[in-house]
Design a protein around this ligand. Sequence first.
Ligand code: GDD
Length: 409
Amino acid sequence: VVVAVIMVGGPTKGTRFRPLSLNTPKPLFPLAGQPMVNHPISACKRIPNLAQIYLIGFYEEREFALFVSSISNELRVPVRYLKEDKPHGSAGGLYNFRDQIMEESPSHIFLLNCDVCCSFPLADLLEAHMSYRGMGTILVIKVSPESANQFGELVADPVTNELLHYTEKPETFVSDRINCGVYIFTPDIFTAIQGVSSQRKDRATLRRVSSFEALQPANRSLPSDFVRLDQDILSPLAGKKQFYVYETTDYWEQIKTPGMSLKCSGLYLAQFRRTSPDLLASGDGTKNAAISGNVYIHPSAKVHPTAKIGPNASISANARIGAGVRLVNCIILDDVEVKENAVVIHAIVGWKSSIGRWSRVQASGDHNTKLGVTILGESVTVEDEVVVINSIVLPNKTMNVSVQEEIIL
Ligand code: GDD
C-alpha cells in the first residue's frame, strides 16, 4: 500500500496571506469553491492502493476536526490530522509522526506541500520513481530564469534524471528547473532524516565542550529535531544516486499571497472544465444569470438573473448577488452581499462583506504585485457608489469614500 502526507504548516506561517488568514487557516481557504487542501487530497484519492492521507501541521486540532471528518466521509478515504506541538520543519514534521505513517507498512510515501497549485500527476510520479529505484523522486518544472530564485533550484542528469545539485532559493542563478514541493519517497527517508538529526545532536555536544560554535554560527539556532527537507536533506544528498526528478509540463503555481490564490482558483476552475464540468455553473435556462467562462456558484448562493458572471468567478455559500451586478476574476466568500449594479473585477471579497449599489471593487489584475488584486477582509462595508481600486482593506472597515492604491488598516 501507499500513504500520502500533506504538509499544512501553521498560523505563524502564511503571514503573507493576510488579511484572509485572519479568518481561516490558509489550507482551508476556498479555491474554485473547495478548500485549498481538497485539491491535493482529491489527487491522492486517485492513487491505487492508497491506505491513508495524513495532514501534518501546527494549527489547533479543532480548526481541522470538522474538515477532516467531512472530507473522509465524502471521498471515502481516511484523512487524519496530526498536530505538531511546534514547527519541526518540512522533514522534521514528517519524522515526528513516523510511527503513525508506518502503521500501514506502506512501500511508498507521497509528500505534498499544501500551498502549491498543480495537476498533481501522482501516478506518473510513482511510475517514474519505480523506474529510477532511488530513495525519492521530486516533481520539478521549468520556470522563467527571473522567477526561479523564489524556489529550490536544481540540476539533474538529462539521461538518468538523477538529482545532481540542489540549492534552496539561491541568490545567484543556478537553474530554471525548480522543486514543485511534491515528492514520493521510500520509508528510507526516515533514516536520512534521523541521520541529520543525530548529526545535529553530536555537533551540539561538541559545541558545549569546545569553541566550535564560533566557527559554525549558522548552525547555532537550529534545534536537533528541526530538519528542512530542502536544505538539510536534498542539498547534501544530491549527486549520491538517492534522489531523482520527474519533470511536469502541466501548470504549476505556488500560493503564498491572496493575489496568487485568485489566479490558482482560476486554474482549478479550468481543470474542472476538463475533468468534472458538472461542478461548474452553466448559463443555460432563462432564469439563470449570464455566465461566461469558468464559474463556480455554491448551491445556496442567490444570483439575480440579470447579473453577469465570469470568467474565473467563485461564489461561496449564502452569497447574494443583486440585479445588474458584474463579477469578473473574483472570489466572493460566504454570506457576502453584492447590491444592484455593483462591479467586482480582480478582487477577493471577504466573508459577510457588503458591496453597495453602483460601487466598484477592482484592480489591475497583476497577481505578482502586492496591490494588483483588491482584497476586502471579513465584514467590510463598501457604501453605495464608492470605488475601491488596487487596495487591501482589513476586516470590519466601512468604506464611505473612494480609494486607490491604499492599505486600509
Ligand atoms: N507541518 C509543518 N511543520 N509544515 C511545515 C513546516 C513545519 O514545521 N514548515 C513548513 N511547512 C509546510 C508549509 O505549510 C508548506 O506547505 C511546505 O511545508 C513548505 O513550506 P516551507 O518549508 O516554508 O518552504 P517554501 O514553501 O518556501 O518552499 C518550498 O516549497 C517550494 C514549492 O512550493 C521549498 O521546498 C522550495 O524548494 C519549493 O520550490
